[in-house]
Design a binder for this molecule. Structure first.
Ligand code: B3K
Ligand code: ZN
Length: 899
């Protein structure tokens, strides 16, 4: 592919401020495909007209790796020229028909963008810029057209022919071929186009909407996988019902299809009416999928379905607005999963899990060389901006809007947004405006221009808070100063609007205190939202007999870092009593983090105790607590991750972080041995398998207990628990229990692990997604039992390994480079050398996957020596490679510019 490059030969950055409306509109597109893996023919007939609001200019159509055979304007041969990858036509009338005939080669498409073949089936992926690999087009989201699609192919090889919308015709063709014609009743941008052709079977279900209208839901998979589609179908049905109930947004198509493929760059894609999914987010039965898989399937099915409105009916004007659809849709899928929970505890567990993702993945991104605003200002390759900032931080921005206008106000805002913009391609500003306009008296409306800094300023804001109790006035004043560190291209930041949810606890009893703000007559109990908007503010609570324990940032009401010098005693009070489950969990995390940071600073060795008795007693109290749910206990007992601990340090020695965290785990294992035994016994049997939050929480806690029991056994030489664990592994009635037992043996480095791994492989050799787990567990295992890198290299030579399959490549390479810091950061730099070789190797096959892997060294400049220099050298080696894709080029050059 020919890149657009500047005079120095560097790829050109696209800038948000350069946005210009398209010079032409495309009203209709009529596509005819003759599908052939080696040479697919595409006939594209379009009706175009000039955009009268734009100065007259030639038509420039995007293309990529296409063979162009014919160009007709109004049926006549037309003169055209190629400028790079663009097809340029001059002298066009104001309205005309354009006919293009091209061919492409799906079987050679290893990038998995455009039209590709996976296991003898054709699939497409067009977002963001894949449609141009199918035909020449104005491949930008603000050009929305009506599509008619005819698919022609061999009937025996490709019996199922699918595209967007409704099937209007089908029939036989000569020479064993057949056709299907699809019409999408909604106009859409090209990135939402999809086709699928192959040997597939479908689970079907009809549902009746509130309006009485009937819809057909289908989940298409390969013949052997039909028994793994029930959960995806249930999730889809729940999604349809939920969007109608919560936001009044109905399914707008007669039929809605999901199709699964095992070769996919990401999780799934929301093509109108024809969602294409990675098998990982569709296929599940209790024998092959874990509780986490079940829960991810529910979220991703929901997410793609919710895009049908937030993304498809109302789309993005340009790719800088990506979070308009992604942030909103992540927020919607998070709310969906929470609303499906039976109780408040399960809702809180989901919230904690979401925040954990934000803090372990997005906060580092926001502090690193790829930091960008939720609405970026420039990019070289848009594929690099499908990030945790756009998605997860974007969702937090939407969540803050909901907090500022209230749940009902937010629903009114959503209704106005869809009424106002249905069928349009719009901006993040349009969204925020609609929510504010529907709530004119809200804090959001009052502070809207300032609130929108969440879209324009990158970096994670920090709140430095401290409290002073005034006994004479019986008041407590909380001072809060906000700041935000510089990020690439943004040296200074203006204050953000920050909704801060607060409660106060009595230090002696742990009970929640009534809250009265100075100057207010109302006394409230529970949580209050204080809206911060200045660099520094003071909040004074009155009527307090003693210094309270403040519970600040309840529910993680804003995506910020809160610095508050809690005493250990205060944190123990919060951990034992806070009615806000998020902050209760957070108190435990702060205590664990504090212990880890102290031990790291003190150069602790692996025999120094890190955790004190107060902490261990508190954890024991949680583990034995009669009321708390197992899922919540499991979260509290999980120590902050190595990545999260590393983020708190200015200079990171990954080995030391690893060592200290392992020492903490070992201490938890031995000090709480009897409690783990009890927890295991209490939670090990969950009856007939269902993936609901309560029973999955119990399985998670039983799995954690086994893990600690095997770890303790390793230290004591005990063989009873490893033996029991192996038996559990063999007898397990579901994948969660089986995999947890396997993980306990592997992660404790027990000698029984080898036979369990061999048995696991033999049992599931035909289940690709389970084999991914088998690879990933080994590549992600701690170095405890030996040296992991040689094993990783060996795994890459395994007959089941393939670099071309993204799931498989991720299961080995990403699990090692991104998921196993203790084994990856080696003093001899061999981990970094391995990384650079894989990035380069993958870049030639699949730039998107390569660029994702390239991000594993984002935080290199924080590393201690010798890691820092070695990591830099490895990145420089990748950057020096000629012919790098612009995806990988952008990531590594930004990394090097980072310091
Ligand atoms: N919108 C797609 C992501 C497309 C990624 C393109 N590189 C899936 C999703 O967010 O729902
Ligand atoms: Zn999405």
């Amino acid at each position: 592919m020919l890149l657009q490059r500047d005079a120095q030969g560097q790829p050109i950055a696209i800038r948000r401020e350069d946005y210009a409306a398209p010079a032409f509109w495309i009203d209709t597109v009529d596509l005819t495909f003759d599908l052939d893996p080696a040479k697919t023919r595409v006939l594209n007939r379009m009706q175009l007209r000039r955009n009268p609001e734009v100065p007259a200019q030639p038509l420039r159509l995007d293309g990529d790796e296409l063979n162009l055979a014919r160009v007709l304007v109004n049926g006549q041969g037309a003169s055209f020229r190629m400028e790079g990858d663009q097809l340029v036509i001059d002298g066009l009338p104001d309205a005309f028909e354009l006919e293009l005939f091209t061919t492409c080669c799906p079987i050679k498409n290893t990038k998995l963008m455009g039209l590709f073949v996976s296991e003898d089936t054709f699939f497409t992926q067009c977002e963001a810029e894949g449609f141009r690999r199918i035909t020449y087009f104005l491949d930008r989201p603000d050009v929305m057209a009506m599509y008619t699609v005819t698919l022609r192919a061999s009937k025996t090889a490709y019996p199922v022919l699918l595209s967007n919308g409704n099937l209007v015709d089908q029939g036989e063709l000569p020479e064993g071929r057949h056709f299907a014609k699809w019409v999408d009743p909604f106009k859409k941008p090209s990135y939402l186009f999809a086709l699928v052709a192959g040997k597939l079977v479908a689970r079907e279900q009809r549902i009746t909407a509130r309006s009485g209208k009937e819809h057909l839901l289908q989940v298409y998979v390969r013949a052997g996988d039909l028994d793994k589609t029930e959960h995806a179908m249930n999730s889809l049905v729940n999604s349809v019902l939920w969007d109608e109930a919560r936001f009044g947004l109905p399914l707008d198509l007669d039929r809605f299809m999901i199709v699964a493929t095992s070769d996919f760059n990401m999780g799934a894609m929301e093509n109108k009416g024809l969602n294409i999914f990675n098998t990982k987010y569709v296929l599940a039965n209790q024998a092959t999928a874990t509780d986490a898989d079940y829960s991810n399937i529910e979220s991703v099915v929901g997410h793609e379905y919710f895009h049908n409105w937030s993304g498809d009916r109302v789309t993005c004007r340009d790719w800088f607005q990506l979070s308009l659809k992604e942030g909103l849709t992540v927020f919607r899928d998070q709310e969906f999963s929470q609303d499906l929970c039976a109780d408040a505890s399960a809702r809180a567990v989901k919230r904690i899990e979401d925040v954990r993702v934000l803090r372990t993945a997005q906060f580092p991104e926001d502090a690193g060389p790829m930091a960008h605003p939720v609405r970026p200002d420039s990019y070289i390759e848009i594929s690099n901006f499908y990030t945790v900032t756009i998605y997860e931080k974007g969702a937090e921005v939407v969540r803050m809007m909901q907090t500022l206008v209230g749940r009902q106000g937010f629903e009114k805002g959503i209704t106005l947004y869809f009424e106002r913009h249905d069928g349009q391609a719009v901006t993040c500003d349009d969204f925020a405006q609609a929510i504010a306009d529907a709530n004119p008296d809200s804090e959001l409306a009052r502070l809207l221009p300032q609130f929108k800094r969440w879209y324009s300023q990158a970096g994670t804001p920090r709140l430095a808070a401290h409290g002073v109790y005034d006994a004479q006035n019986r008041s407590y004043t909380l001072s809060v100063v906000q700041s935000c560190p510089p990020t690439p291209g943004q040296q200074t930041k203006e204050p953000f609007v920050i909704p801060l949810n607060i409660g106060l606890l009595d230090a002696a009893t742990g009970r929640e205190l009534p809250m009265q703000l100075e100057g207010e007559s109302d006394v409230a109990r529970g949580t209050r939202t204080i809206v911060l908007s200045r660099a520094g503010e003071q909040i004074t609570f009155v009527g307090l007999d003693a210094e309270p324990v403040p519970s600040i940032l309840r529910g993680f009401s804003a995506p910020v870092i809160l610095d508050f010098a809690y005493t250990d005693a205060q944190l123990l009070t919060l951990l034992a009593n806070d009615p806000d489950p998020f902050n209760r969990w957070e108190a435990g995390q702060r205590l664990g983090l504090r212990a880890a940071l102290q031990a790291i600073a003190a150069h602790a060795t692996d025999t120094t105790p890190v955790l004190d008795d107060a902490y261990l007693d508190a954890m024991r109290g949680v583990l034995r607590h009669p009321q708390l749910d197992a899922a919540f206990k499991e979260l509290v007992l999980t120590l902050p991750s190595e990545t999260y601990i590393a983020e708190q340090l200015d200079v990171v020695d990954p080995q030391r972080v690893h060592l200290v965290r392992e020492a903490m785990r070992a201490q938890l294992a031995t000090a709480l041995f009897a409690d783990w035994e009890q927890a295991y016994e209490d939670n090990k049997d969950t009856g007939a398998y269902t993936p609901d939050p309560t029973s999955s929480g119990r399985r998670a806690l039983a799995g954690m207990a086994l893990n600690f029991l095997c770890l303790a056994a390793r230290a004591s030489g005990d063989t009873v628990w490893p033996g029991k664990t192996l038996q559990r592994f063999k007898d397990a009635g579901n994948m969660t229990d089986r995999f947890n037992a396997l993980n306990a043996l592997v992660s404790s480095g027990h000698t029984l692990a080898a036979q369990a791994l061999a048995r696991f492989h033999a049992m599931f050799k035909d289940e690709a997604l389970v084999i991914d787990k088998w690879f990933s567990l080994q590549a992600g295992a701690s170095d405890r039992g030996g040296d992991i890198l040689p094993l990783v290299k060996q795994l890459m030579k395994h007959p089941d390994f393939s670099l071309k399959n993204p799931n498989r490549a991720r299961s080995v390479i990403f699990s090692y480079c991104s998921g196993n810091p203790g084994a990856f950061h080696r003093a001899d730099a061999a981990g970094y050398v391995f990384w650079s070789e894989r990035v380069i190797e993958l870049d030639a096959i699949n730039p998107q996957v390569a660029a994702r892997l390239a991000r594993a060294l984002d935080r290199w400049s924080k590393l201690a020596e010798p890691y820092r220099s070695a990591a830099r050298e490895a990145i420089a080696r990748v950057a020096a490679k000629p012919d790098l894709s612009k995806d990988t080029h952008e990531v590594v050059t930004r990394a090097l510019a980072g310091n």
